[in-house]
Design a protein around this ligand. Sequence first.
Ligand code: ATR
Length: 279
Amino acid sequence: MIISGKAAIAAVIGYPVKHTLSPVLHNYWLQQYNIDGAYIPLEVSPENIVEVIKTLPKMGLRGCNITVPHKEAVIAALDEVSDIAKRIGAVNTITVTNEGKLLGTNTDAYGFIQNVKNQVADIDFSAGRAVVIGAGGAARAICAGLQDENVPEIIIVNRTQEKAEAIQTHLGGEIKVVSWKDRESVLSCANFLVNTSILGMQGKPALELNISLLPDNAVVADIVYTPLQTQLLKDAKDNGLKAVSGLGMLLHQAVPGFEFWFGTKPQVTDALYEYILAK
Ligand code: ATR
């Protein structure tokens, strides 16, 4: 690893930040591509976040990733926010321009879509409806990404229906909300199903869903990646459906930031998966 006096520096900022895998991922790529740079975790509390972001250009940082709970609060510190970040209502990647301006974007939608395309090369999002389970921040980004892939209709089901309705109102377009108890009634008309909730995650309750109600050509994705093969994905495969695991979303969403800050578009390889899974 090279970190000279000319090193390019980027960071991930969260509160807390110790759970994040981003430093492991970015520093793997820095080493892989022999780049003079470093990527560091910074724990910044909510009362200091705006001031710290405004200070990034003065410190010479190239930019940063933003994680919970700051993805909305940082917007107040930025000079420009991309259209996709505005639609999602959250920023996860900040770039400092040569002129010292702060640009914010959100790469979660890109990461999600790239991960699906990577695992199911012939995916055709425009072929039919998508069912989205959950209505947190991840769901918001995924719905925006699905809209950009011309999904004809998105159906959101969430335990707290108002949160699904808030996404429907915010994003507009062809989005329908169906109650949690009726979630299985929408499966027979779905081309694509994604779990964006924490159900099925290690230590959390299971996602109870009868996958056999989906059409034979449906694709099933999970953004949960602990465990990598969730029960939902196992059920999908048992039913002969294509299944997309969640870790790749995390890896792909990191690509645009790395390219902005360090000047090389990094690859998401099998070796990277193995490296991250071993961490
Ligand atoms: P993120 O912003 O990372 O997507 P989040 O806002 O915590 O995370 O969202 C977690 C999702 O899991 C939400 O859709 C949540 O449903 P609520 O909006 O009703 O809270 C869903 N979730 C969590 N526990 C659940 C449970 N026991 N049953 C059903 N849904 C659950």
